[in-house]
Design a protein around this ligand. Structure first.
Ligand code: ZN
Length: 503
């Protein structure tokens, strides 16, 4: 077998694994949208069986043999070529899978299934002590996982690397800490401002059928391709791709809150347009896959916030909104509506947080989970540490653990190292956008005319079409000419919120 034949075998292996993975994703999409409740047990069997097959293929010795040979070949020399990228990441992923002993994989899977059940009960009953033994076990297992995976500086690096390949904990900590230093006084200035957002406008009655039509009409005009995707309804919105031409986005509707479905749809459509911009012919290969969770999140935040909450965007869209929701918006002027969708107010629940305070929720979680993994913080002391951190950063203190440490599913599901990718997404988005605005010229004018294709084409050329050829850090450096910084995000927040709150 020569190297070209080996490389074709590698691609074939990865594509076949992707067929199983996308089949699993199809079953999961159905489970979260359409599936009748009684079908749950058999669905778990279907998904479990596929997961076993997928794991076998990802750790197959013949895959390892192919990769051992290909890594030494000339095809692997240029890491930014399609072949170099595919060989590099396939090897990276293969090694990670092989390093985890079967015993540990099964222990984590069991602990997190039980953990999520215990968490869900503990949250309903506001009963942290009942969740504590599960959390202890999960933290122990995640530390073991970090040791098995290996790391350069600290165990948290290994966990972070699963979601944000190549990111280093110390660097992320530095950027987040600088961000916090600027955000805390900024939030304080906003909350003590005389002028406050007319939030009530958003809680009027917005009929659900009209919300659905308006979300589809707007995301279509932004560039989400409905020939290759769908928008449906679910309890916990997400975006998933079931094939190279099949991107599903999901949202949830609240008749008395406009922002939930609308900005949720913009957010998921941002994720979806990234998936739709990846090279379709390379579906299932690293060269056709997304870079990292942080980069994925940068695309959703960019459309949701930087575009979707901007003044020029609403100058274009507001007449259409008034037509869609005449009863709610007939007496509301553009300025008031735009201020309302940019309402800022510290709150206890992350998923309901506004764009400014959101990042503080993330900084708090990142710092706590890093200390848990380092062993400097015991799981039993978490509620106290959580509440103190909320008071110090946001000036509010949870009255109970249900609205404090128990609010997120992540830790019970073993997702430690995941939280920072949300704020990395905001930071990447702001830094990308600064360059885009510079290169695209009349940015505000285009938004006012509802012209989104220049921005989408720019994102396609700079980010989407490269798949995983560049790591997140490389992409930021390549696009903006600088490493990741907190400044672009702070500047974009000041630019939008200073005039609104007259700071
Ligand atoms: Zn997202």
């Amino acid at each position: 077998m020569n190297d070209d034949t080996r490389y074709r075998s590698l691609c074939e292996h990865l594509r076949q694994t992707a067929i199983l993975e996308s089949t699993q994703a199809t079953l999961e999409w159905d489970e979260r949208t359409m599936m009748p409740r009684a079908a749950g047990a058999y669905r778990a069997e279907q998904i479990g069986y596929l997961a076993g097959l997928i794991h076998q293929r990802r750790t197959a010795p013949e895959l390892g043999e192919l990769l051992e040979r290909l890594r030494e070949s000339s095809l692997a020399q240029d890491p930014h070529s399609a072949a170099g990228c595919n060989i590099h990441w396939a090897w990276h992923d293969y090694q990670k899978q092989r390093r985890l002993p079967q015993r540990l994989v099964e222990a984590i899977s069991k602990a997190t299934i039980l953990g999520q059940q215990a968490w869900s009960q503990a949250r309903s009953n506001n009963d942290f002590p009942n969740f504590l033994p599960h959390l202890r076990t999960i933290v122990e297992l995640k530390r073991e996982q970090a040791e098995a995976l290996g790391y350069e500086h600290e165990p948290y690096d290994a966990l972070l690397d699963q979601y944000e390949p190549g990111a280093k904990t110390a660097e992320v900590a530095e950027v987040l800490s600088r961000l916090r230093t600027e955000l805390v006084p900024f939030v304080h200035a906003i909350t003590s401002a005389k002028r406050q957002a007319p939030f009530e406008i958003l809680t009027r009655r917005y009929p659900i059928a009209a919300q659905r039509a308006f979300a589809i009409q707007t995301t279509k005009q932004m560039g989400f391709d409905y020939e290759r995707g769908r928008l449906d309804e679910t309890d916990h919105p997400f975006c998933t791709s079931l094939g190279p031409h099949d991107c599903r986005i999901l949202t949830r509707y609240d008749e008395h809150y406009f922002s939930s479905a609308f900005f949720g749809s913009l957010h998921e459509a941002g994720h979806g347009m990234y998936d739709q911009g990846l090279p379709a012919d390379d579906f299932g290969l690293p060269s056709g896959s997304y870079v990292s969770l942080g980069i994925h999140e940068s695309q959703s935040r960019l459309w949701e916030n930087s575009v979707g909450r901007s003044r020029p965007f609403w100058k274009w869209l507001y007449p259409q909104a008034q037509t869609a929701f005449p009863a709610a918006l007939a007496d509301v002027c553009l300025d008031d509506f735009h201020f309302a969708v940019n309402h800022v107010s510290p709150s206890l629940i992350r998923v309901e947080a506004d764009e400014v305070t959101y990042n503080l929720h993330i900084v708090i979680r990142f710092e706590l989970e890093r200390e848990l993994i380092r062993g400097n913080l015991q799981a039993a002391d978490l509620p106290q540490a959580w509440n103190d951190a909320y008071e110090a950063n946001l000036g509010i203190r949870p009255e109970n653990d249900a609205e404090g440490v128990l609010q997120d599913i992540h830790w019970s599901a073993g997702l430690i190292g995941y939280f920072p990718t949300y704020t990395l997404g905001n930071l990447y988005a702001a830094q990308f956008l600064q360059t885009a605005q510079h290169e695209l010229g009349d940015w505000n004018g285009a938004l006012e005319r509802g012209e989104f294709s220049p921005l989408l084409e720019w994102l396609r050329a700079q980010i989407h079409r490269h798949g995983r050829r560049y790591r997140a850090g490389e992409l930021v450096q390549r696009i903006s000419g600088r490493p990741l910084e907190s400044q672009p995000l702070m500047e974009s927040l000041h630019e939008r919120f200073d005039p609104l709150y007259r700071l």
